[in-house]
Ligand binder design. Structure first.
Ligand SMILES: [Zn+2]
Length: 400
């Protein structure tokens, strides 16, 4: 059965080659925005899109009465499988307590104690919360189990919610290994990797020498190379708490994404830009401005990254410690207000940019044969995403 979605006041496609697209001071032609648009969906794929007047009939019809439609947000970085509450830690941080990664142990203890049904309910609630804010693809990491059995359980739960599952046994060194770091790295790269790799698409590691709980470059490399040998794609948490080796390691190993990028040297920026100039897949810099907001940290200079030619993505990093927000519209608003991106650049980073960080071409854009993953705004233009911060005007478009 085909479905005609019409009455779209403005359709953002992320396709620079769309004919008749808007091209003015605020909406660049590369965003591929079409006014008075329609699209036809069949079997969950986009079959046709264009001007509403050119649409042919379909079996069913929805009229959006002038609302804007954008590609559904691709949230390429989240930690949704956890139990427990760290609101008191947030309150303490707002009165001056620093963040060093140590609070993750609180979530690990609560997650290990929770039963599977409880964790599933919490995860499903968080995914639904994201969809209600326009997110149609979410990457979900493990990393609050940190035993073979608990990591396997987290990945099984994540797999039921998304295709983009990431093994993050290298999140922190758990307390019981505090004086046996090398043994924990060996466990993650060995027995835990063998059990977890078949359940995941990606491996990630918190590479952060500024945290006593996270991993240095050599430890991170060991875990990433074991993940690659097990057939996983690579992602890195890097340069969050201070300048460090995360970005260089990610580019060296051809990781799909290096996330946070809060503290970058000029060599880091050049490495990311150089990777983006090269042929084939490069390492995307995924910015997580909700973390800077919730930890009161300086924002990375997103404007500088784009001007330098770095591929940039935006994601939520929804997690219980440094950013318990699942809101991609918040990330977009912060990217515009605090990191120098234009509204068009921020939307592109949250859709096609984050899709690229997952090495996906079938999401994050409107194209024939792309997935019909769309978000609809109670507003006439995508500009309202940044213009109306905190107002719930966008949701995933339910095509029934
Ligand atoms: Zn994270």
């Amino acid at each position: 059965m085909s479905l005609l979605v019409t009455g779209i006041g403005e359709l953002v496609t992320n396709d620079p080659h769309v004919g008749g697209a808007v091209d003015d001071d605020v909406t660049p032609g590369w965003l591929g925005a079409i006014r008075d648009a329609a699209l036809v969906v069949e079997d969950g794929r986009i079959e046709w899109f264009g001007r509403a007047g050119d649409a042919s009939a379909a079996d069913w019809r929805i009229d959006l009465e002038g609302r804007a439609v954008v590609p559904g947000f691709v949230d390429s970085h989240s930690h949704l499988v956890f139990a427990g509450d760290r609101s008191a830690e947030f309150a303490a941080r707002m009165t001056g307590a620093p963040y060093d990664g140590g609070g993750i142990a609180v979530s690990v203890a609560a997650t290990r104690q929770a039963d599977e049904q409880t964790l599933r309910g919490l995860l499903e609630g968080r995914v639904a919360e994201m969809r209600a804010q326009g997110t149609t693809t979410v990457e979900i990491k493990s990393g609050y189990g940190l035993t073979v059995a608990d990591e396997v359980q987290a990945l099984r739960l994540a797999r039921a919610a998304t295709e983009e599952v990431t093994f993050l046994g290298g999140h922190v060194v758990p307390a019981e290994f505090a004086h046996r770091r090398a043994e924990y790295v060996e466990l993650v790269a060995g027995e835990m990797m063998r059990a977890c790799a078949p359940l995941a698409r990606w491996v990630d590691v918190f590479c952060e020498p500024h945290s006593a709980h996270a991993f240095d470059a050599d430890e991170a490399r060991t875990i990433l190379l074991a993940g690659r040998a097990a057939g996983l794609g690579l992602r890195v948490h890097g340069n969050q708490l201070g300048p460090g080796p995360g970005v260089a390691l990610a580019v060296e190993l051809g990781a799909a994404s290096v996330d946070h990028c809060t503290y970058l040297s000029s060599a880091d920026v050049e490495a990311l830009a150089g990777a983006n100039r090269g042929a084939g897949d490069s390492t995307v810099a995924t910015l997580l401005p909700g973390v800077e907001f919730c930890t009161r940290s300086p924002y990375p200079d997103g404007r500088h990254l784009l001007d330098a030619g770095v591929a940039v993505a935006l994601a939520s990093d929804c997690n219980p410690g440094t950013c318990y927000s699942s809101s991609m519209p918040l990330a977009i608003a912060l990217a515009v207000r605090e990191m120098g991106l234009t509204p068009a650049e921020a939307l592109a980073a949250a859709t096609t940019g984050s899709a690229r960080s997952l090495r996906r071409a079938d999401i994050g854009r409107v194209a024939v044969d792309a997935r019909a993953d769309l978000a609809v705004l109670d507003a006439p233009s995508y500009l309202h995403l940044a213009y109306r911060p905190g107002v719930p005007i966008v949701r995933a478009l339910d095509l029934g």
